[in-house]
Design a protein around this ligand. Structure first.
Ligand code: ATP
Ligand code: NMN
Length: 284
């Protein structure tokens, strides 16, 4: 019997991760499960890319803390990694550009079974500095196809929750061409979230409907409302958040004294970077 080769997929999640929660980690597991269940894909890596401080979202604490917490949360995972590139950019970077960045850098070698151990160790030494700050090493490649993949046939897909998908409809938040690039060139894996109807949203959008084959909606049957906002609120009120996020993350938050009434006021009077950029004088 002939078996069809499976397409290798790298899942990229972009977000504030303020702080990272157990649901963020579960998103990756759900997406991997769903994609692999189709028999078409094998998910080889998950990448978490915390947004930079330039995003200016209300209550967004320093990127260095958010990256550190994401690294603590993924310590025990052998396939989900954190990359600090986006968080280190001086200005906010459009998500389409972030995906392009990872595509141009090529597929991460860290988890590549075909790379022999000696090469791997050598590379690890060479990239030791980067590894320390949470970055990972990539092969440099680039190729353009309708559904872009690296030379090795890896596809990069954006992983998000239903709220981010629905945010595509918020005026001036996303450039239409960026949405086309994300769903047309790469693909989207969307986890259902309370209060969002991903299927309806795709049905009602011409662009998303056109590219519906590149959008995988993953149904979360164990509905939960874990959100970073709820966690920050509970922390400010001194309520327990144990088991909503990994213990090492909670210990870090306590040790560093993160999330207070004061930190929640950060960027309170500032317009979110994408809205500023897409409505400012230089926007076209
Ligand atoms: N409970 C959830 N169900 C499905 N997706 C989720 C859930 N929580 C977060 N996500 C997704 O994780 C990604 C990163 O999210 P983000 O860091 O903004 O977390 P958040 O909990 O939505 O944050 P906040 O409450 O601060 O807005 C986004 O794509 C978001 O949709
Ligand atoms: N136009 C865009 O590329 C655009 C607009 C809004 C949010 N985003 C991204 O989506 C993610 C959303 O994060 P939050 O849900 O925490 O706001 C962030 O990574 C942010 O950079 C991208």
């Amino acid at each position: 019997m002939e078996t069809q080769a499976r397409t290798k997929v790298v899942l990229l999640a972009c977000g504030s991760f303020n702080p990272i929660t157990n649901m963020h980690l579960r998103m990756f597991e759900l997406a991997k499960d769903c994609l692999e269940d189709t028999g078409q894909y094998v998910v080889v890596k998950g990448l978490i890319s915390p947004v930079g401080d330039g995003y200016k979202k209300k209550g967004l604490i320093e990127a260095s803390h958010r990256v550190k917490m994401a690294m603590l949360a993924t310590e025990t995972s052998d396939w989900i990694k954190v990359d600090s590139w986006e968080s280190l950019q001086p200005e906010w970077v459009e998500t389409a550009k972030v995906i392009r960045h990872y595509h141009e850098l090529g597929t991460a070698e860290e988890n590549n079974d075909e790379v022999d151990t000696v090469k791997k160790k050598k590379r690890k030494l060479e990239n030791n500095k980067q590894d320390l700050d949470g970055s990972f090493s990539y092969k440099t490649r680039s190729c353009k196809k309708s559904m872009v993949s690296t030379d090795d046939g890896y596809q990069l897909k954006l992983l998000c929750g239903g709220d981010v998908l629905e945010s595509f409809g918020v005026p001036n938040l996303w450039k239409p061409e960026d949405i086309v690039e994300i769903v047309g060139n790469y693909g989207l894996v969307c986890i259902t979230r309370n209060g969002c109807d991903a299927h309806k949203f795709i049905h009602q959008s011409e662009v998303l409907w056109n590219y519906r084959k590149n959008i995988h909606v993953v149904r979360e049957w164990v509905t939960n409302d874990i959100s970073a906002t709820h966690i920050r609120r509970a922390l400010r009120r001194g309520q327990t958040v144990r088991y909503l996020l990994p213990d090492p993350v909670l210990n870090y938050i306590k040790k560093q004294g993160l999330y207070s009434a004061e930190s929640e006021q950060k960027n309170a009077d500032v317009i979110l970077a994408p809205l500023q950029r897409n409505t400012g004088p230089s926007s076209s």
